[in-house]
Design a protein around this ligand. Structure first.
Ligand SMILES: [Zn+2]
Length: 281
């Protein structure tokens, strides 16, 4: 945490910042494909992107993240029908979140390998926000790969859990997050349904928390659920008051969990230190 630990000079750091932002925008472009196709059970690898209105195949120069949307003024180049602003939002959001995490990791002199799980979880966060809002669903195709990623990266790069972590400890941290975090969430889903007779928590939420646990550990699960429940409750009451609707108006839980997870990645260790300091005096 003290010495400068990276194999490149601090002078080239601005170039890395730009590159991470560009990579984030490109990943965002891929996530746009996932957000549209996964809930519709379409393949994310075959079939090139095309305009949903006129079927015009989108050329590579019409598919440059962020820039193409601006240059085309948010319209299909052939039939001029509007391209949803969501595409631009997803690319910008992913780029900004990647940038913030890269900044945080290099500022704190954390190992760069932790970015693999941070970026993987960020991809899950972005797809969860946009798919869950529209479809009330967190698909297995978004959570399972991130669960595998968390376990695999823990085995290959134990240092993501702390400089002197052994491979076995690292595996246990990841497995504990996956099984205990996911397990508690599963119990909450089952008993919540028995007690309140409504499905407040879906299995998608359970698998989302399992993925967070596998990548970031048990504390990240607790923080995500606590933050998600509090902000979700506030938002739920707000919507009830605004729309004069009743309690049954469901709002998706995923986006609130996702916000909690991102705050944890950015601020987690500091929050733990603050919390412990409260009890020290
Ligand atoms: Zn078109």
């Amino acid at each position: 945490m003290n010495e400068y630990p990276y194999p490149f000079s601090p002078d080239v750091m601005p170039a890395w910042h730009v590159m991470v932002f560009v990579i984030g925008a490109c990943i965002g472009s891929f996530l746009n494909v996932c957000i549209w196709r996964i809930p519709r059970d379409e393949s994310i690898v075959t079939a090139p992107s095309h305009c949903p209105k006129c079927g015009h195949d989108i050329a590579w120069y019409e598919n440059i993240p962020l820039l193409s949307w601006i240059v085309l003024n948010g319209k299909c180049s052939k039939c001029k029908s509007p391209i949803t602003f969501r595409y631009f939002c997803v690319e910008l959001l992913t780029a900004v979140l990647f940038y913030i995490l890269f900044y945080k990791v290099t500022f704190d002199h954390q190992p760069l390998s932790i970015l693999i799980v941070y970026f993987g979880v960020t991809m899950l966060i972005v797809t969860t926000i946009f798919i869950d809002i529209e479809h009330f669903l967190i698909p297995d195709k978004t959570t399972y790969p991130v669960i595998l990623l968390g376990v695999a990266v823990s085995l290959v790069f134990p240092e993501i859990w702390g400089v002197s972590t052994t491979r076995l400890q690292s595996f246990i941290f990841s497995a504990a997050g996956l099984l205990i975090g996911g397990g508690i969430m599963a119990l909450m889903a089952v008993f919540g349904k028995m007690l309140f007779k409504v499905e407040a928590l879906g299995w998608g939420d359970v698998k989302y928390i399992a993925a967070v646990g596998a990548c970031l550990g048990l504390k990240a699960c607790f923080f995500s659920v606590l933050f998600g429940s509090l902000t979700g409750a506030v938002a739920g009451v707000g919507i009830m008051l605004l729309k004069h609707s009743n309690l049954k108006t469901a709002i998706p839980f995923g986006p609130f969990l996702a916000a909690g997870t991102f705050i944890w990645m950015f601020y987690g260790e500091r929050l733990t230190v603050l919390y412990l300091q409260l009890f020290r005096h």
